[in-house]
Design a protein around this ligand. Structure first.
Ligand code: FMN
Length: 477
């Protein structure tokens, strides 16, 4: 079997290989494989593939990511329950997930990287300052190339580091660098679990949007100790993973790219004042989160809001309508674009460079200019138009008539109309009552939470994209 050790290549060749691999977004081993395949006439070499070894303990790197396969980064902390994490790897793999492992230094006192690597089918990572890993993958890629980060067992120490934002080893640095959802499975002695410091850390992690499974009550590994602190069983953790990620069937937007706008825009009057509106961003953010949960790659372009960025979504923050249009254009191409932001129709033609002074008998007159129409400019694109373009209509009168007119005027496929009169409490509130307006008709949905509206809309989007049709609903009204 052909075997090649990258470490043994001369420095110049290694450097060129490293650059080429980085440019192509591949590991060095994958780059060599690609080169060898090309040299063999673009066909797979017959017989066993050349085995590439970068470390004595290295295993083959994972195959190219596939959007239909959920990727889990499992961080194993230094607790006695680490042995259960080996079973967890097996259970996740059985269900078709790709699993990558990081072991803390303490975890390696309980289980070895070799066993985690053997079960996951990919080398296990251990060191922040390992030059080879940094060249191959790097802690930032480890943090991002995953759909979910699972910390099991989550030791008291790891939870404290997460709550405090520490980054002094590979596990904590990856946890700080990730923008993916994180699930912890705490495991510790009941006294550690009940300690006020652990309670504080747990509350902080919950506030940071970290999901949790367990711990359970029961006998501890230490003789005579019992109480709450046993790590959740592997199948319980798998269930939590499935509910966070959705099982394969629940990821109908896997492999799709979705762009969502959300929130208001701020149009400056001068350096300290601006024109704004009451949009909270709750509906747009909920749609972005629901699309991500359905497996989509989501780019959220958000105006200034006071709510957290949704997990698992790339959020681009903008202020003005023009910045929002630019960010949306940069985010193209996409399979679907959903314009939920309340974009200001006008901006001040000539905002003051300095704060406009209050003068005696002098009231400034603001001259306004129309802002670009983001929905229309994407919906009416000739090239690279998203398959499905959805606008929102926030109206205070003649809701359906205005929404129908907007659908025709803008060239979008659907309009989601909602009545934002103050009496409805929709603007800024947690609930919404929407009407889906399409060429085929109008569907009025019942009042529900903004999260429910988001999930229902995402289900419709997935069906429309799969069917290649822009309308999948029954005609009504
Ligand atoms: C035998 C033994 C078992 C341990 N079990 C746990 C445990 O279940 N949970 C925990 O939080 N810490 C446990 N610890 C303490 C951790 O190993 C220690 O806090 C370590 O620094 C954790 O490092 P890590 O969070 O980087 O993995 C245990 C220590 C020993 C020696």
């Amino acid at each position: 079997m052909a075997s090649l050790t990258i470490r043994r290549l001369d420095d110049d060749l290694k450097q060129r290989l490293r650059l080429r691999a980085a440019r192509n977004g591949r590991s060095m081993e994958d780059e060599v494989r690609t080169i060898l395949r090309g040299a063999a006439g673009g066909k797979d070499v017959r017989g066993p593939a050349p085995q590439l070894v970068t470390e004595p303990r290295a295993r083959a790197v994972a195959a190219e990511p596939r959007p239909d396969i959920p990727r889990i980064l499992l961080i194993i902390g230094g607790g006695i329950a680490a042995y259960k994490s080996l079973d967890l790897i097996r259970r996740l793999k059985e269900r078709g997930a790709a699993v990558r492992c990081i072991l803390t230094a303490a975890a390696q006192e309980f289980i070895t990287p070799l066993s985690a690597g053997a079960l996951s089918g990919e080398r296990a990572f251990t060191d922040l300052f390992d030059a080879q890993s940094e060249f191959d993958i790097g802690h930032i890629r480890l943090a991002r190339e995953t759909d979910l980060v699972v910390v099991a067992p989550a030791t008291a120490d790891l939870m404290a580091k997460m709550a405090g934002g520490h980054a002094d080893d590979l596990a904590s640095a990856v946890l700080l660098a990730t923008d993916r959802p994180v699930l912890i499975a705490p495991a510790m002695n009941p006294h550690m679990w009940n300690h006020p410091a652990t309670r504080r850390n747990l509350a902080q992690l919950a506030a940071d949007g970290i999901a949790q499974v367990g711990p359970n009550e029961g006998e501890m590994a230490e003789a005579g100790e019992a109480g709450q602190g046993r790590m959740a069983e592997p199948l319980e953790i798998v269930a939590a993973v499935e509910s966070l990620l959705g099982s394969a069937g629940d990821r109908p937007l896997a492999g799709r790219r979705v762009v969502v706008t959300s929130g208001p825009t701020h149009e400056p009057i001068d350096p300290v004042r601006y024109i704004a509106n009451r949009s909270s961003g709750k509906q747009g953010h909920a749609i972005a989160a629901a699309a991500a949960a359905a497996g989509a790659e989501v780019i959220l372009v958000s105006g200034p809001v006071d709510i957290p960025d949704p997990a698992g979504v790339t959020t681009i923050k903008v202020e003005t309508a023009r910045e929002m249009l630019h960010a949306v254009e940069e985010a193209m191409p996409a399979d679907c674009a959903i314009f939920a932001a309340a974009v200001a129709d006008w901006r001040v033609s000539a905002p003051g460079r300095e704060k406009i002074k209050k003068g005696k008998d002098k009231v400034p007159v603001l001259s306004l200019t129309e802002n670009p129409d983001i929905l229309a400019s994407i919906a009416q694109r000739k090239a690279k138009r998203p398959q499905l373009v959805i606008g929102f209509a926030a109206e205070t009168e003649d809701l359906i008539a205005n929404a129908r007119a907007k659908l025709a005027r803008k060239g979008s496929d659907w309009i989601v109309a909602n009545d934002v009169s103050p009496a409805t409490g929709i603007m800024g509130g947690d609930r919404n009552r929407v009407h889906l307006v399409t060429a085929a008709g109008v569907e009025s949905w019942p009042p529900q939470s903004k999260d429910e509206v988001a999930r229902a809309l995402v289900t419709r989007i997935a069906a429309a994209l799969q069917g290649g049709s822009q309308w999948t609903g029954s005609k009504s009204a």
